[in-house]
Design a protein around this ligand. Structure first.
Ligand code: 4AD
Ligand code: MG
Length: 435
């Protein structure tokens, strides 16, 4: 008798079934044990684990030939487990092997033996079998969905913009270049240009969750060469404060939604986070310098706040304001890109910081074509290369602003993962192009 795949239920449903009922289940034989007169299969599916047990000689013989990680379809009677952990198990009646796994896995996925991240990433498809990883990516999926829900309800339009582009927007140092039928082509560093185009066209509020590329040569825990960029832009703002308000409202909504919808996954990962109170503190760049000087770090106006100093600022703000979510505002113009609005000295650019790490950058943009041309020159760039960028500014561009945020960093920071690569299915860095 062939078992009916369509009758399959998840292991979590078996836990909710009445003892005595007959069920069909399918999944991976995570752990197979044949002990002479009794045999066990620990079955894994996307909802968890389920114990299958048999004392039938024929079945025990069949189970003894089964390798770990083989895919099986099984049927049996639900019964209360005699194990300490309780719950239900299945007394096997019959099972089919849908796919027999090779007997030895190159990495341990049970969590019993620690494998270093680099090797885990080499065998990522096997590594992703672990319930811990499934939990991370369910949370990531929900974070994207919650972000969409929040923005669509606020009248934002979701966009998909080109990733093959003719010029960079975030500086030449991190541009990937390739040949495009005899011309130069670059991989998009951000959606910056196109989101601004759409505001000129009258779309009013736009966002995208899509890939961006940066030729980062550094090997850090927070940089990738391909990352997922949540980019956001809105028109008719008075100043950057309008952006900060939406950003913090989204962030609070997101954390609350994740607590509500991913409680099981968060528990599995042992991850907890506090939902920060609104409004998040707005700390100016100059205040940051003052805070740093209280602990002996001397920076002058215009100096970049490096990674170590940024962490320090995070600690000082946590002490003073009792929060780990805050904005650094009013950066020097010299530290921000050409498209930012400025009085020549101080820009309307900001960073959104979480636990002393940058999660997003944004600001109000310059919307006058004339001033923009001046700023392009001031940044040592050639306005000729930005002709296509400048065009919509000559035909009616409203005042506007927005931000860009890395989804990979977001997941890493809220789950307190050690390395950004753990938050990405198939991460890309200077060494890694496979799998
Ligand atoms: O700070 P960035 O470079 O800002 C922009 O792209 C602007 N267009 C944003 C704007 O609207 N003004 O990048 C935005 C965010 C960073 O804060 C970071 O979270 C993420 O994108 N990011 C990276 N994440 C992983 N690896 C990298 N190499 C990243 N570069 C930026
Ligand atoms: Mg930035």
């Amino acid at each position: 008798m062939a078992l009916d795949l369509h009758k399959r239920v998840y292991s979590s449903e078996v836990q909710a079934s009445k003892p005595g009922s007959l069920v069909v289940v399918a999944g991976w034989a995570a752990d197979v044990k044949s002990l002479g007169k009794i045999a066990f299969i620990k079955l894994r599916d996307r909802t968890g684990y389920l114990q299958l047990v048999s004392t039938d000689a024929k079945l025990i013989e069949k189970i003894s030939k089964l390798t770990n990680e083989s895919v099986i379809l099984a049927t049996g009677k639900v019964q209360a487990s005699k194990q300490k952990s309780g719950g239900n198990e299945i007394e096997l009646k019959e099972f089919e092997v849908l796919n027999l796994s090779e007997p030895k896995m190159p990495i341990d996925i049970s969590g019993k033996i620690q494998t270093d991240l680099s090797k885990r990433l080499d065998y990522r498809v096997l590594d992703l079998k672990s319930p811990r990883n499934l939990a991370i990516f369910k949370i990531r999926s929900q974070a994207n969905a919650s972000t969409r829900d929040f923005l669509l309800a606020k009248g934002f339009i979701e966009m998909q913009t080109p990733k093959l582009v003719a010029a960079g927007t975030e500086g030449g140092a991190t541009l990937f270049q390739a040949d495009y039928y005899g011309r130069k082509v670059f991989l998009s560093q951000s959606q910056q240009l196109y989101k601004q185009y759409l505001l000129a066209a009258g779309f009013d509020r736009v966002f995208e969750i899509g890939p961006s590329f940066r030729a980062e040569k550094s090997h850090t825990m927070r940089h990738l060469t391909e990352f997922t960029h949540f980019d956001f832009e809105m028109a008719f703002i008075k100043d950057e404060e309008d952006i900060l308000n939406v950003l913090e409202e989204w962030f609070v909504y997101l954390l609350k939604d994740l607590n509500k919808k991913c409680s099981e996954q968060l528990k599995l990962l042992g991850a907890t986070f506090e939902v920060p109170k609104q409004p998040f503190p707005r700390i100016t760049y100059e205040e940051c310098l003052k805070l740093l000087s209280t602990v002996g770090v001397k920076l002058k106006f215009g100096d970049d706040i490096g990674t170590d100093e940024e962490k320090k600022v995070g600690e000082l703000i946590k002490k003073k304001y009792k929060t780990n979510a805050y904005f650094i505002t009013k950066y020097p113009y010299t530290l921000k890109p050409f498209y930012i609005k400025t009085d020549g000295k101080i820009s309307r650019g900001f960073d959104f910081e979480y636990d002393g790490e940058e999660l997003a950058s944004g600001g109000q943009r310059e919307h006058s074509a004339e001033t923009l041309t001046k700023q392009i020159k001031e940044k040592g760039l050639n306005p000729k290369d930005f002709e296509f960028y400048l065009l919509p500014f000559r035909y009616g561009m409203p005042p506007h602003g927005g931000f860009g945020l890395g989804i990979d960093r977001l997941i890493r920071y809220i789950l307190k993962l050690e390395n950004i690569r753990e938050a990405v299915l198939f991460p890309r860095d200077p060494e890694r192009l496979t799998p």
